[in-house]
Design a protein around this ligand. Structure first.
Ligand code: FE
Ligand code: FE
Length: 193
């Protein structure tokens, strides 16, 4: 693909993703666009990152691992045990390699959409938050409150999502990427420090 024209990317995602993930993707793209309007950020970049954020989600674990191996993308122990966690890393690679995205902020927004990171850009925060609040999400705790908060105070919404995610992962007994904790602590410090 030689272009990052939005409608072409949308069509490519319709093919690359299953129906449910495609619906979620459209929801993230337009929620990210709305947040970009609210916070004066680049709307097209928000849509592009939203459309591509889960582009590697419907690949098999084997495929994700083989892409990492082939392109020397480093994998940590947690990712090796849970290759579904790799969809953000592999997705950011495919965004550049297959969908010809050149803007590093868009690539970073895809790369960091599951765990966040300290010092996120506005676009990274927007995609992270949009992924959590898009209209198709139904089961997250405090969703009603966080949806409202996202359009009032983006950082506060981010912090609430990180906090709830850590609680949820702990309760579910799932393995937590330590970056989620790190991001949470960083933004706690930002807010209260
Ligand atoms: Fe994702
Ligand atoms: Fe997602």
């Amino acid at each position: 693909m030689k272009t990052n024209d939005l409608s072409k990317i949308r069509k490519a995602m319709e093919k690359a993703l299953d129906a449910k993930r495609y619906e979620h993707t459209l929801g993230v793209a337009y929620t990210a666009a709305a947040l970009a309007m609210r916070y004066g950020e680049n709307i097209k970049n928000a849509q592009l990152a939203g459309l591509l954020h889960d582009c590697a989600k419907c690949l098999s674990d084997e495929k994700r691992l083989s892409i990492c191996k082939k392109h020397n993308i480093s994998i940590n122990e947690i990712e090796r045990r849970n290759p579904f966690l790799l969809h953000a890393k592999v997705g950011s690679f495919l965004a550049m390699d297959e969908y010809r995205v050149t803007d590093p902020d868009v690539v970073n927004a895809i790369l960091n959409h599951t765990t966040g990171r300290p010092c996120m850009s506005a676009l990274e925060k927007i995609v992270f938050v949009a992924d959590y609040i898009e209209p198709g999400r139904k089961h997250a705790p405090n969703l009603r409150e966080i949806r409202k908060l996202a359009f009032v105070d983006l950082d506060e919404a981010l912090l609430k999502i990180l906090g709830d995610t850590l609680v949820y992962l702990e309760e579910g007994g799932g393995e937590t990427d330590p970056m989620t904790q790190k991001t949470y602590e960083y933004y706690c410090g930002e807010r209260h420090g």
